[in-house]
Ligand binder design. Structure first.
Ligand code: ZN
Length: 289
């Protein structure tokens, strides 16, 4: 699933290429992408409007139009491509639009934006304004923003009954993290993803705070992680998959201590960690298995 660094990479790429363009047409082959919104209604609002900016909130991509916003969520396998011609000859040899392209915008200047989604967990929504969307109201702070502070993170983790992995995946606590970057951040902070949230200490929370920011900043710099479906709007892979330290490395050696990376199910998600350098230290010194 695309997480903050992947969506941010897409945002940056789109920003320079579609801003200022007018939306000439909208095609939707899977109305369920709109989750109940009417196709006719969305078309009437979106066609003929101009794209003023491309923003991101958590894992949502926001096309800011002169009237309203178009919100895209990539779900599990969503991809966004921009092409200059209708039949995009893609580097990986698939032509767009193909049978998995469920949404497309024809833009002024001969450009097309394609939303391709094989598993169809993606979403598209038109909103009159940003604030009315429940998702935005419930989201926690942006981890790379100024409102995200280490004391806030400490208090938020401590008051929850679940394990650390579940707390960090909770978009109400911090917005934009998913399975990959939670595992990477816990490893960088030397904290176990299985640690019960209420047992975290201030030192661990502070190092986790720094790790979350560092991991995300570096992943944005390397244009995201391409393990399966993620591509940027030009169909390029990201580069962070070569820098992963635990995610997808079960059975391999920890790059820090040489122990074997474990994989197990934590908070219902496949989770990777090093049991040696992420040993559960509770309350400072008490060690548990
Ligand atoms: Zn280790």
């Amino acid at each position: 699933m695309p997480e903050l660094p992947e969506v941010e990479t897409i945002r940056k790429s789109l920003s320079g290429r579609i801003c200022g363009r007018k939306i000439l047409n909208l095609k939707l082959t899977k109305p369920k992408l709109l989750r109940g919104q009417k196709v006719v209604e969305v078309k009437s609002r979106v066609i003929n409007s101009k794209i003023l900016a491309v923003d991101r909130r958590a894992k949502y991509l926001i096309l800011r139009l002169n009237k309203g916003i178009l919100v895209l969520h990539l779900g599990m396998t969503g991809q966004i491509f921009v092409a200059s011609e209708k039949k995009m000859e893609n580097r990986n040899a698939f032509k767009l639009p193909d049978k998995h392209t469920h949404f497309q915008l024809e833009l002024s200047g001969g450009k097309f934006l394609y939303f391709r989604d094989t598993r169809q967990f993606g979403r598209v929504r038109f909103l009159e304004n940003h604030e009315e969307h429940d998702y935005f109201k419930k989201l926690g702070p942006e981890p790379l923003g100024k409102q995200f502070k280490s004391d806030y993170l400490y208090q938020s983790i401590k008051k929850r009954k679940t394990v650390l992995k579940a707390v960090l995946l909770n978009q109400k606590v911090v917005a934009g993290l998913g399975n990959i970057y939670v595992d990477e951040a816990c490893h960088a902070a030397k904290v176990s993803p299985c640690l019960p949230g209420k047992r975290i200490n201030l030192r661990q929370a502070r190092s986790l705070y720094r790790a979350i920011r560092n991991v995300l900043q570096t992943a944005v710099k390397y244009r995201g992680t391409s393990i399966s479906d993620y591509r940027d709007p030009d169909n390029n892979q990201g580069g962070y998959q070569h820098r992963l330290r635990v995610y997808g490395r079960a059975g391999q050696k920890c790059k820090r201590c040489g122990s074997i990376i474990k994989k197990g199910v934590v908070a219902q998600r496949g989770t990777h960690w090093c049991a040696v350098c992420q040993k559960q230290i509770i309350g400072g010194n008490d060690e548990i298995k």
